[in-house]
Design a protein around this ligand. Structure first.
Ligand code: 86X
Length: 505
């Protein structure tokens, strides 16, 4: 079996190699998992590392992360949230302070036990999240109502020693994120912030990464156990039929205030407990983008996050004036850069134009500009879209205006195509049989639910199998009408709400 596989793989590789020396061995619709691994490596986003579950994020990845970071950082600053940086390490004592919710996570915590050859007196943990690192200081810093709200964010790495199938971006043992931690005098202020942050997460997905998401609330079973309620943006991967939590914005209520004694004197001179939120998005966002938009030629980048939005490639011809073509490429890049686009020319002389086309397609650059002798003579350029392969000639005089138009169109088309695909995967069901059929059909299922924890546990138990159990993804804020007398798909009791269900990452 392994040998047969290796043979087919080798044969296919050869076929591709014959054409350009580039290309993917796997097809997105035939072998999604291997396709994904191949795309993130061949596009130069990721390099595998010699520790399982750890990956090198190459510049092609980091520039995307920085675009998202620049947006989000500016938005939270408008909300008067301040950046801080807390230590990577936490002592066992402090980590154990919130025992109840740590319990389930304990196997994932990584520890430092030695320096050099000598054992540390007390082992120290590497942060899997920073509640226990930060909240003792919230307790110290918050005295009176004038110290509130306290709104901090940090950009950092965290470590969770996952044991199930590591996947670049999606499930890695170390990842980058921002974690926001805020404290308020009142629940109303906390509630409002939860939704403001969630809206920023929606924008990251929909407006930057061109990925449709559902905003909603997590079930009691799926929420952050230490919190009061959890909201999230949920994306969907049609190829695997799995939902994926895109980012979370929690209201913690006063649970952590109790544990960490985060008290203050309110405006009436009484002792009160703060209301807290926490929220995060991570480099997982980038993995969802690869999975949703990538195709059999490689990565497909939405223009708003692409580190190179336009790649300019000279197409010299035997007798043509090569210098003039190269200098037309350079001046095209210059014009585009001056207009604010991220443009580059690939003027390397050791690769053919065909090789360069494949290379930049693999890397997902949204727009390619080719300049050959004919274009030069006609004072035009040839542009080719990465998303749909459409080619057009544009006069040099309209360059900036047209490129702007096309890039916006690509951004919009990617979102619309992804939304159409996602919507085609949504199945509304009313009965258990319909639910099971839809689950087997890789759907994202919208079902009327009685909202009982025991029933969700039962759904999980009844759907256990090789592919993992189904669970609730979220209860969408945008609720369809629930006709009177509608029954729960799983329990047959009166339904209280429409909830999304499915297998998930
Ligand atoms: C839950 C909750 C929360 C701040 C967020 O989702 C937003 C940003 N944190 C994180 N969570 C854990 O608390 C946790 C704890 C330990 Cl000790 C662990 F090993 C893994 C964890 N994973 C998630």
């Amino acid at each position: 079996m392994a040998t047969a596989n290796a043979n087919t793989k080798g044969a296919r590789k050869k076929e591709v190699k014959k054409e350009t020396g580039l290309g993917l061995t796997y097809k997105k619709n035939e072998n999604f998992g291997d396709w994904y691994s191949e795309v993130v490596v061949n596009s130069e986003m990721i390099e595998y590392y010699d520790i399982s579950g750890c990956y090198i994020l190459r510049p092609w990845t980091m520039t995307i992360w920085e675009v998202l970071q620049t947006f989000f950082d500016a938005e939270i600053k408008k909300m008067n949230i301040k950046n801080a940086y807390f230590p990577l390490f936490v002592t066992e004592n402090v980590l154990q302070k919130e025992k109840d919710h740590i319990e389930g996570f304990a196997p994932e915590v990584a520890w430092v036990t030695k320096s050099g050859q000598s054992e540390l007196e007390i082992p120290i943990a590497i942060r899997p999240t920073s509640e226990t690192v930060m909240y003792p200081y919230f307790s110290k810093w918050i005295r009176g109502h004038r110290d509130l709200p306290l709104k901090l964010n940090q950009w950092c790495n965290v470590v969770r020693w996952e044991f199930s199938h590591p996947t670049p971006f999606i499930r890695s043992r170390e990842f980058l994120w921002q974690e926001g931690h805020t404290a308020f005098a009142t629940q109303a202020e906390a509630d409002q912030e939860v939704l403001e942050i969630l809206e920023l997460y929606r924008k990251i997905y929909e407006e930057f990464l061109a990925i449709p998401v559902v905003k909603g609330r997590k079930s009691e079973l799926e929420k952050f156990a230490g919190g009061y309620y959890t909201t999230s943006v949920e994306a969907f991967i049609p190829n695997t039929g799995r939902g994926i939590q895109g980012a979370t914005s929690h209201c913690l209520g006063q649970n952590f205030a109790k544990m960490f004694q985060i008290n203050f004197e309110n405006d009436k001179g009484e002792k009160a407990m703060v209301w807290q939120n926490s929220w995060a998005y991570s480099t997982r966002t980038i993995g969802v983008m690869v999975m949703v938009h990538g195709d059999d030629k490689g990565l497909v980048l939405p223009p708003k996050v692409a580190s190179v939005q336009v790649i300019v490639i000279p197409v010299p011809f035997k007798d043509a004036n090569t210098d003039a073509i190269f200098s037309a490429c350079s001046s095209t890049v210059q014009a585009l850069r001056e207009a604010g686009f991220r443009a580059e020319a690939d003027l390397r002389d050791n690769y053919s134009p065909g090789w360069k086309y494949s290379h930049w397609e693999m890397k997902g650059v949204p727009l390619r500009i080719e300049i050959g002798p004919k274009d030069l003579a006609n004072n035009q350029v040839r542009v080719v879209r990465r998303d749909n392969g459409a080619k057009s000639d544009i006069p040099m005089g309209n360059l900036v205006e047209k490129v702007k138009e096309i890039l916006s169109s690509i951004q919009e088309c990617l979102f619309n195509a992804a939304k159409q695909k996602r919507d085609a995967c949504i199945k509304v069901v009313n009965t258990w049989d319909e639910f099971i059929a839809a689950l087997n059909d890789k759907k994202m299922i919208l079902a009327p639910w009685c909202d009982e924890e025991e029933v969700e546990k039962d759904v999980k138990a009844r759907t256990k199998g090789e592919l993992g159990a189904a669970k609730s993804l979220c209860t969408p804020f945008d609720q369809p009408r629930l006709p009177e007398g509608t029954l729960c798909f799983a329990s047959g009791k009166p339904a209280k709400k429409w909830t999304y269900w499915g297998r998930s990452y």
